[in-house]
Design a protein around this ligand. Structure first.
Ligand code: ATP
Ligand code: MG
Length: 354
């Protein structure tokens, strides 16, 4: 990246002798929205706290706007932060909460009031200034926390699982709201989450973290369709994994449950006789033979869930279980459990998990 706004370079962090962040590198462009996605304990919050300046890295550096900020305190970094717990001041009104950073910075009162009113409009709660936090729903409290973080016009917004304490519906609407405010203000943002759907739907790019490392960094499309490690493939999205044995490496022939499929050019140095895992996303598999699909396997319907527009079918392929979705069609009833069936797919869609 030519001129990254945020640059995290060779950062490591240990607590005692436990390495929590292991050689983390990332460049984030101005205005970009990047998510840190990974399971609990993989080091997301620690990495975010290092960017914020609440934690000092054991090695490496953090650059913001071309300047090395590694030794600077959080309040010298021009950042806004929102945490998982709402963390509003309970004894202050909404307006006082949003204006808190402005007051600390010594902004004249009239100017601060105008800025608070502007923020209340941006988060679509214009008449809430005189309320206290206990008079707000969880979703409203998180919008106030966002407004408070944005009021001093920070250059970098850091969000640590800001939606995880909210119920599913509020979470989805707030997701869209945060993203639209972020775009409107053009503020560079790092968003921490362990929710893959949240990361996929909101981000320009995602960093998938695994045990203190960035396993893969890419757009949601790249991460989902071209996962570079087994961990990423499994963590992001639903994946069907089939065990197979290479019967002829030269021609790319692979045996899965006594049937053969061709995966020429995908076996990447593996030898005949090697056992590998092959993965397919549910949407890459068709029930029955579909025109254009060059590969097929025989199986048996294990269960059928009628969900309305979509029917989710699980098919047993020997010891492997494969999940796929078909669209409902009023003129053809769903298959019956126990029925023999074929599944088909394009060999180009098979992910080989090395
Ligand atoms: N101050 C600390 N002292 C010692 N160990 C710590 C400290 N802070 C974090 N850790 C450890 O570092 C590891 C990573 O923690 P971190 O909070 O970064 O994970 P996370 O990815 O944010 O997880 P979650 O999704 O659960 O929030 C954990 O094993 C945690 O126990
Ligand atoms: Mg965390």
């Amino acid at each position: 990246m030519a001129d990254p706004f945020l640059s995290i370079q060779n950062v490591k962090k240990s607590f005692g002798n436990v390495a929590v962040v292991k050689d983390f590198n990332l460049d984030v462009g101005a205005g970009e929205f990047v998510s840190f996605l990974g399971p609990s304990g993989c080091g997301k919050t620690t990495m975010l706290r290092i960017v914020a300046g609440f934690e000092e890295p054991s090695a490496g550096k953090v650059m913001i706007g071309g300047k090395d900020v590694t030794g600077l305190k959080p309040n010298q970094r021009n950042i806004g932060m929102v945490f998982q717990a709402y963390a509003l001041f309970p004894n202050l009104t909404v307006a006082q909460n949003i204006g808190f950073g402005l007051k600390v910075a010594g902004m004249p009162k009239a100017e601060a009031q105008a800025r608070v009113a502007e923020m209340l409009n941006i988060i679509k709660l214009p008449d809430f200034g005189d309320r206290y936090p206990y008079q707000l729903s969880g979703g409203q409290q998180q919008r106030i926390a966002l407004a408070r973080a944005l009021a001093p016009k920070p250059k970098l917004l850091l969000l640590d699982e800001p939606l995880s304490a909210l119920d599913a519906k509020v979470r989805i609407s707030l997701r869209e709201e945060i993203r639209s405010i972020q775009k409107k203000l053009g503020i560079t943002t790092i968003f921490v989450t362990h929710d893959q759907e949240e990361a996929l739907s909101m981000s320009d790019r995602i960093v998938v973290m695994n045990e203190g490392r960035a396993d893969q960094t890419g757009t949601p499309f790249e991460i989902y369709n071209r996962p570079s490690t087994k961990f990423v493939a499994n963590f992001v999205g639903t994946l069907n994994v089939l065990e197979g044995t290479i019967s002829d490496a030269a021609s790319g022939t692979v045996k899965i449950n006594a049937e053969e499929i061709g995966l020429k050019g995908k076996l990447n140095g593996s030898k005949s006789g090697d056992t590998l895992s092959f993965a397919l996303r549910p949407e890459a598999i068709a029930l029955g033979r579909k025109a254009g699909n060059d590969s097929s396997l025989t199986g048996q319907i294990a269960d059928v869930h009628f969900l309305g527009s979509v029917i989710r079918v699980r098919v047993g392929i020997g010891p492997n279980m494969v999940s796929l979705d078909t669209f409902n069609s009023p003129n053809s009833p769903p298959p019956a459990v126990g029925e023999k069936t074929e599944i088909s797919f394009s060999s180009g869609d098979v992910l080989v998990l090395h």
